[in-house]
Write a protein that binds this ligand. Structure first.
Ligand SMILES: C[S@@+](CC[C@H](N)C(=O)[O-])C[C@H]1O[C@@H](n2cnc3c(N)ncnc32)[C@H](O)[C@@H]1O
Length: 321
């Protein structure tokens, strides 16, 4: 069965390259949607993966809606072309709530399929998709007063997608913490946070209960100098290869339970280092909707406080809105 991969916005070239490296042959493209032969392969740059894709002829708008409804209830439209006609089809489908999530909330669990119009009379659809969000777009009810930067949305998204987050009193290390969006997220959850950055935190974050700031380099920190950590988070601006060395040092030390890091690409995408991160057993690598030219890498160990089991980007279908 063919699989369709919806590239994260602006990262179609990265997805193409990732699929090529994984040996998935792209047979057709439909704007950001790449069709490939066979079962899904791991794809960090895909915002959504459509499993077991089907293509059918449609005679009319009503016919298309009927064909989709006969498969299941909930559908997300992807309409880079024939937008008006596609919108008329979507209007005839049951309403699917696209309300932004209030953090922390679990991800929705009802099935959500995806469909598009390849041509006015050709419907492409998949009942089973990797993301429970329409086109992989996870939106939050934002907090415009608390956090000092919008980076907090990346960590909200990571914790939501992982189905795990620091519990009250957890000990967290936040590398590259300034101005303090991620520290704010963890301290707001009641965790204790050691924030490391050469620049000082925004005062409103520095004054939060449980927050300590250390004005040093993340790379100079000796894991042995710190107690056991529940979470290690890094949003440090650095080359991904340097971040990999840092993560490996912490893994060898064995003193941290869960890790969330941002791989930040400067100029070229470093696919080799991204693959090296993805190959770390038990970890996940994904492009969060709130990421720019970045990927989020996470490793959860047993004992992590989870709300529910995490899903894999290319894994089986598990939800909808
Ligand atoms: C994207 S910002 C982090 C934003 C932060 N996560 C937030 O939510 O507000 C990257 C940070 O990495 C810091 N940084 C760069 N090199 C560093 C190093 N060697 N050690 C610690 N922090 C570093 C920068 O000072 C900058 O504050």
């Amino acid at each position: 069965m063919p699989t369709a991969y919806l590239a994260a916005e602006d990262f179609t070239a990265q997805l193409h390259e990732e699929l090529r490296r994984a040996g998935a042959r792209v047979t057709a493209t439909h704007d950001r949607l790449l069709l490939a032969d066979g079962e899904a392969v791991a794809s960090a740059w895909a915002a959504n993966v459509w499993h077991d894709v089907r293509e059918v002829a449609i005679g009319s708008i009503g016919d298309a809606a009927e064909k989709l409804r006969a498969v299941q209830r909930n559908w997300a439209m992807y309409a880079p072309r024939h937008h008006r006609r596609a919108s008329l089809i979507q209007e005839r489908l049951p309403h699917v709530s696209a309300k932004p999530l209030v953090f922390p909330s679990p991800v929705p669990t009802a099935p959500l399929g995806s469909w598009t119009l390849l041509a006015p009379d050709r419907l492409l659809y998949a009942a089973h998709c990797a993301s429970p969000f329409a086109n992989g777009e996870l939106a939050f009810v934002e907090d415009r007063d608390g956090p000092p930067s919008r980076a907090y949305l990346k960590l909200w998204e990571a914790f939501t997608r992982l189905g795990a987050r620091p519990q009250p009193d957890a000990l967290c290390l936040d590398l590259g913490a300034t101005p303090g969006g991620w520290t704010w997220v963890m301290a707001s959850l009641g965790a204790r946070v050691i924030a490391v950055d050469k620049a000082p935190l925004d005062p409103t974050v520095a004054e939060m209960p449980g927050v300590t700031w250390r004005g040093e380099s993340a790379f100079a920190l000796d894991p042995a100098s710190l107690p056991r950590l529940d979470w290690l988070c890094s949003d440090v601006i650095c080359y991904p290869a340097r971040l990999l060395t840092l993560v490996q040092r912490w893994l060898v030390a064995g003193t941290v339970r869960n890790i969330v890091c941002t791989l930040k690409f400067q100029g070229e995408t470093d696919h080799n280092t991204a693959a090296a991160f993805a190959a770390i057993p038990g970890s996940r690598l994904f492009h969060a909707h709130h990421n720019k030219h970045e990927l989020t890498w996470a490793l959860l160990r047993s004992g992590a406080a989870r709300e529910h089991e995490p899903s894999t980007a290319a894994g089986p279908h598990h939800g909808s809105q």
